[in-house]
Design a protein around this ligand. Structure first.
Ligand code: HEM
Length: 250
């Protein structure tokens, strides 16, 4: 075994194929590829964390959930690298992308779906498989019910692929946890790990839209949306909506 063979570097480093002779296209490709690698790691962490939460092993799940929000922070930081690519640099090769766009990232959509955001974008095979299962938010609510909180049946046995509708009973139950953290420390800690992930996802979205407006202004996206205005419409998405709304009740 060697370093190069273990990491399949021949394959990895042969996987960048700029379609123009513009210097910045390599950066554009590498930023997107590293994002897909990090998404792969996030999906692996989510699979493990979901199984642990479903088994009631909340403390064991914290480590992976914390790792996810740290990876998200790295992904957000990489916007600053991409922002060194000016509109003048990007417009010189943008046409080679054709209709391709991050909009079509199956791994990104699968992460959203596993967290609890369903029904958006272009569902690829990973997303479709994830949508057939309860989300992390469904798993967390099942853990609440197992801890004795009275949650309505419709919050626990949904039609999984359908978008999640926030519930007053779920909000009230989690508000109870926040009112008395010492009594429900494991659920309280779980909730804060989930808020960290939602917070980091929203921060990533904000930095994406800022970078996009810096690079393409008001032009439409290559994926067929209106561009910045579409991305702004995604900023309010929350995978764990009641964990945000309950803060008003405290
Ligand atoms: C100059 C660089 C970039 C521009 C101008 C840009 C622009 C856009 C636009 C306009 C959209 C909306 C869909 C469309 O019409 O295409 C979009 C979606 C998206 N982009 Fe980017 N993007 C850039 C870089 C990136 C990078 C580096 C990533 C990954 C790290 C990324 C990931 C995504 C994702 C995941 C979506 C779907 C978002 C959603 O539907 O919630 N983009 N991008």
């Amino acid at each position: 075994m060697t370093y190069g063979r273990y990491l399949a570097l021949d394959d990895l480093l042969a996987a960048q194929h700029p379609r123009s002779d513009r210097h910045d296209e390599l950066l554009f490709i590498i930023i997107h590829q590293t994002k897909e690698l990090w998404l792969k790691q996030i999906l692996a962490e989510l699979r493990l964390a979901k199984a642990l939460v479903r088994d009631g092993k909340l403390i064991e799940a914290y480590k992976g959930l914390a790792r996810i929000s740290r990876i998200q922070a790295v992904m957000t930081l990489s916007w600053d690298v991409l922002a060194t690519m000016t509109p003048s640099d990007y417009t010189r090769f943008r046409q080679v992308l054709g209709p391709s766009s991050g909009f079509q990232s199956d791994q990104f959509r699968a992460v959203e779906t596993m967290l609890g955001l369903r029904g958006g974008g272009v569902p690829g095979p990973l997303t479709t498989a994830a949508a057939a299962e309860p989300s992390l938010w469904d798993d967390a609510n099942a853990a609440m019910a197992a801890a004795g909180f009275p949650l309505p049946a419709e919050a626990l046995a949904r039609d999984w692929p359908q978008p999640y509708a926030p519930s007053e009973a779920v909000r009230a139950a989690w508000a109870e946890v926040y009112r008395d953290p010492t009594r429900h420390w494991d659920l309280y800690q779980l909730a804060e790990k989930l808020v960290d992930i939602d917070d980091a996802l929203a921060t990533w979205r904000h930095k994406h839209v800022l970078t996009v407006s810096r690079v393409i202004g008001g032009k439409p996206g290559t994926g067929g949306t209106a561009g910045v205005s579409y991305l702004e419409s995604t900023l309010a998405k929350r995978a764990f909506p009641e964990l945000w709304s309950l803060r008003t009740d405290l």
